[in-house]
Design a protein around this ligand. Structure first.
Ligand SMILES: [Fe+2]
Ligand SMILES: [Fe+2]
Length: 135
């Protein structure tokens, strides 16, 4: 069983966004797989972390541009959550590049944040975006 199984609870029914969320979940599982090895490869971990940071930022930009385009009233609060998470993952990457190890705490942070954010915070915009024809 995957560390963070994809499930219908994570699906919002907006294809472009679901695809990106799925990618983030896959990357979290890849990180878990590498860290579970007897000798995790730092180069692989670094690539996954870099990909996660870059992809996360791009994903947030997509959501926030939709919020702005259609005037979503929770934009500011939602963006604040994005900014907090971006700061955390960038700090993780920086610490890793300075020699720190990535541990279980990092995996738990990714999993817990993604689950909560997708299931509750992202899910809240679904009726609004769908009412504007975003599919
Ligand atoms: Fe979001
Ligand atoms: Fe999202």
């Amino acid at each position: 069983m995957a560390f963070m199984p994809w499930s219908s609870a994570l699906e919002l029914g907006i294809a472009s966004i679901d695809t990106q969320h799925h990618w983030l979940v896959d990357a979290t599982n890849s990180l878990h797989d590498e860290l579970s090895k007897s000798e995790p490869d730092r180069a692989v971990i670094g690539r996954i972390l870099e990909g996660l940071v870059e992809y996360t930022v791009n994903h947030f930009v997509l959501e926030e541009s939709l919020f702005q385009q259609y005037g979503y009233e929770e934009n500011a609060a939602h963006k604040a959550e994005h900014d907090g998470f971006t700061a955390k993952v960038m700090q993780l990457l920086l610490q890793f590049e300075q020699g720190a190890n990535v541990g279980v705490d990092t995996l738990e942070l990714l999993k817990t944040w993604l689950q909560h954010h997708i299931m509750i915070v992202d899910r809240a915009y679904v009726p609004f975006l769908k009412s504007h024809g975003v599919a």
